[in-house]
Design a protein around this ligand. Structure first.
Ligand code: 6GU
Length: 225
C-alpha cells in the first residue's frame, strides 16, 4: 500500500511512523508513506496557502489552488482508491472502516487547518471525509496519524500471529478481555487461577465472558449494533 499525506506541517509526522508496528511495516515494504508539503504547490510569491474568508468572519481558509495542484500532480502518477479529507464534520472512523481501507492500493489523505478549506475542494476533489471523534483538534495531522495507524496495522503481514488483530477490541464489536503477565502474585494481587489451568477451552470461555461483561458495562451500544 502507498499512502500520500498532504499537509502544511510534514514535520509533525516524523515521530508517529518511526516506531513499533508502523516502522516495521515500512521496513518490510508493506507500506510506503509519502509526505507532500502543500506549500510547495503554491504559485504565490510567498508560498501562501490560506486567505481571508469571502463574506468575512474570523479565521483563514485554505485555498483551492495549491491543494488542487498537489492532488492533480499525484493523481497523474497513479490511481487512488480514495482521497480522504480529515475533518471534525466527517463520518466517524470505525474499526470497520479501518478494515476496509487496509485493503487499498493507494490512499491520499488531506490534512486541513485554519477555519477550514475552500468548499470547492471538498465538493470536487475529495472522495471521503473522516473524523476521528467528537472533539475538535487544531488540525488534521494527528487525526491522519491515527487513521494511518488504524489501517496499516491491519495490512496482511504487518502483525504476526502473536499480535493478531483478530483479538482486538472492536474487531467483533466486543472490547478485549483483561490480560496478565508475571509475576503470578504482586503485593498480594493475584492473577485469575483459570489462566494458569492450561485448559485452553476453559480459558477461551472465560475470556469471552470477560469481554462480554466489560462491553456490557462500558459500551452497551456496541452490543446493540
Ligand atoms: Cl479529522 N480534524 C480535526 N481538526 N479535528 C478533529 C478531527 C479531525 N476528528 C476529530 N476532531
Amino acid at each position: 500500500m502507498r499512502v500520500d499525506i498532504l499537509t502544511i506541517f510534514p514535520e509533525m509526522f516524523t515521530g508517529p511512523f518511526d516506531h513499533s508496528i508502523i516502522k516495521r511495516a515500512i521496513k518490510k515494504n508493506l507500506v510506503e508513506i509519502h509526505l507532500s508539503n502543500i506549500r510547495d504547490y503554491s504559485s504565490k510569491k510567498h508560498k501562501n496557502v490560506d486567505d481571508y474568508a469571502f463574506g468575512g468572519g474570523a479565521g483563514m481558509v485554505m485555498m483551492i489552488e495549491p491543494i488542487d495542484n498537489c492532488i492533480t500532480s499525484l493523481s497523474k502518477e497513479r490511481d487512488y482508491d480514495e482521497i480522504i479529507f480529515l475533518t471534525p464534520d466527517g463520518a466517524q472512523l470505525t474499526q470497520k472502516m479501518a478494515n476496509h481501507y487496509s485493503m487499498s492500493g493507494n490512499l491520499m489523505i488531506l490534512c486541513g487547518h485554519y477555519k477550514g478549506i475552500d468548499e470547492r475542494i471538498r465538493e470536487n476533489l475529495i472522495t471521503k471525509e473522516i473524523s476521528i471523534g467528537n472533539y475538535v483538534l487544531s488540525g488534521g495531522e494527528i487525526a491522519a496519524a491515527v487513521l494511518c495507524d488504524s489501517i496499516i496495522r491491519l495490512i496482511p503481514g504487518v502483525l504476526g500471529d502473536e499480535t493478531s488483530a483478530l483479538s482486538d477490541s472492536y474487531q467483533d464489536n466486543l472490547l478485549a478481555p483483561p490480560v496478565y503477565t508475571r509475576p503470578y502474585e504482586y503485593k498480594g494481587l493475584k492473577v485469575p487461577e483459570i489462566l494458569l489451568s492450561g485448559d485452553e477451552k476453559k480459558i477461551n470461555k472465560w475470556r469471552h465472558e470477560k469481554a462480554m461483561e466489560r462491553t456490557l458495562e462500558r459500551r452497551p451500544d456496541l452490543l446493540e449494533e
